[in-house]
Write a protein that binds this ligand. Structure first.
Ligand code: GDP
Ligand code: MG
Length: 439
């Protein structure tokens, strides 16, 4: 999706004059791109109609920068399509706040329950109780207990012989007793939507009177995710959707369609298997990302959460000016390491999807150690002017760092790619407007 849209947008952005035919052509591309990305055709039709109307209207054609105006309209409508403002998570005025996690088997309910608990504690200073109410899937209880242990958070379970409804009931009583302000109920899933499952979920809902019912859906399932969301919403009345596995090779279609088909906001997105890989969904940022402006805000927020303000500013500045040497790289590696897997971070940068080979770029912890060793084996001059590093220098560096020439080559190539990427970002200034919030 992103690739195709970006080309079209690149074309129209710079235009000093835009006529109806230009808009039409662009909208044809946008339409194809969205359909290709598995966005529901009704949603696409509606979207194209809206954008076209606005784009050929006065506000655009008469403006000084019509090309940019069209892009702005597309972005605004795209944001709108995904729910406009970022939505918040409920807080009950009579604690505990009860959240039910529902969804098909394998969607990521149990994992997301852990991640959400982690987020609630880390970001909002809450103390959640995790409830193991999936008594059917072998080892489901164990899985949640393991996550609880890993997070040092309490998990409520009564084994697999007590009904999920009873488990939920007792869990809420226990939470009151222990002053847990959130109760996250991890329910069972099936491979397909079925009646027995829905009945059970309805009973849990009736009894626990949840403040939120979050549907967890796998973004990789594309159009199917929309159908699943539709039927869960009809039966249970959802308050939010968590879209998981957005870190994978997904087409963005699900995110675009779910909101407009079910009228249920996407509240969080899952970006990996680790417990910190859950983020609030920002429609505006998602729209920017799709349009190729990169998710700079998320990137910077990540940086700020993990490094101190000063360092984050520095990083921002370095990225902006593309004034970046191997020394900086080394310096940042330590910081970057704290922000999560490097590949995830690179993927968030504007234009990153255009760089060949980036998708295959896998940097694990051991590799980072190698990278550090390689850089440390460079001379001062080489770090600033990597173009000096010829074949014999490569051999020397490989030897000095205890790595191999191909590894050195790879790093040099990656560094070059990264610098290119940063150049693309130069001149871009993300508007730091923050919307919504928790409290
Ligand atoms: P459940 O059956 O709905 O409870 O699903 P699980 O929580 O057991 O997750 C199924 C699999 O998906 C596990 O291997 C998780 O690690 C994985 N998973 C869940 N969320 C994400 C995500 O956001 N990204 C990735 N890459 N994997 C995820
Ligand atoms: Mg599960």
């Amino acid at each position: 999706l992103a690739d195709r849209l970006q080309n079209t947008i690149q074309k129209i952005r710079g235009k000093g004059k835009v006529n109806e035919a230009d808009v039409k052509e662009m909208m044809r591309d946008v339409k194809l791109a969205l359909l290709e990305a598995d966005v529901n055709f009704k949603v696409v039709r509606e979207f194209v109609k809206k954008v076209s109307e606005r784009a050929v209207g006065q506000e655009v054609l008469k403006s000084l920068t019509p090309g940019q105006q069209v892009v702005k309209v597309v972005k605004e409508e795209l944001t709108d399509l995904m729910g406009g403002e970022q939505s918040k998570i409920a807080v009950s005025n009579r604690p505990p706040t009860v959240i039910m996690m529902v969804g098909l088997q394998g969607a990521g309910k149990t994992t997301t329950t852990g991640k959400l608990a982690n987020l609630l504690r880390k970001k909002y200073n809450r103390s959640p109780l995790l409830v193991a109410a999936d008594i059917y899937r072998p080892a489901a209880i164990k899985q949640l207990e393991t996550l609880g242990k890993q997070l040092s958070m309490p998990v409520f379970s009564l084994g697999d012989q007590v009904s999920p409804v009873e488990i939920a009931k007792q869990a809420i009583a226990k939470a009151k007793e222990d002053h847990n302000d959130y109760v996250l109920i991890d329910t069972a899933g099936r491979l397909h939507v079925d009646e027995a499952l829905m009945d059970e979920l309805k009973q849990i809902k009736e009894l626990s009177n949840p403040d939120e019912i979050f549907l967890v859906v796998d973004a990789m399932t594309g159009q199917d995710a929309v159908n699943v969301a539709e039927s869960f919403n009809e039966q249970l009345g959802l308050t939010g959707v968590v879209l998981t596995k957005l870190d994978g090779d997904t087409r963005g279609g699900a995110a675009l369609s779910i909101r407009s088909v079910t009228n249920t906001p996407i509240k969080f997105v899952g970006l990996g298997e680790k417990m910190d890989a859950l983020e609030p969904f920002h429609p505006e940022r998602m729209a920017s990302r799709i349009l190729g402006m990169g998710d700079v805000l998320t990137l910077i927020e990540k940086a700020q959460a993990n490094v101190d303000e000063e360092k984050a500013k520095e990083l921002q500045q370095k990225i902006r000016t593309a004034n970046f040497t191997f020394d900086d790289f080394l310096d940042q590696l330590g910081q970057v390491r704290k922000m999560g897997p490097l590949e995830d971070i690179l993927k968030m940068m504007p234009g990153a999807n255009k760089i060949k080979g980036l998708n295959n770029l896998q940097i694990d912890e051991k590799q980072i150690t190698h990278v550090e060793a390689i850089i440390q084996s460079m001379t001062k001059e080489e770090k600033i002017h990597p173009e000096l590093i010829n074949a014999s220098r490569r051999r020397r560096i490989a030897k000095g760092s205890g790595t191999s020439v191909p590894e050195v080559n790879r790093l040099l190539k990656q560094f070059e790619d990264m610098k290119k990427m940063m150049k693309q970002m130069t001149g871009m200034s993300p508007k730091g407007k923050k919307k919504g919030g928790f409290k």
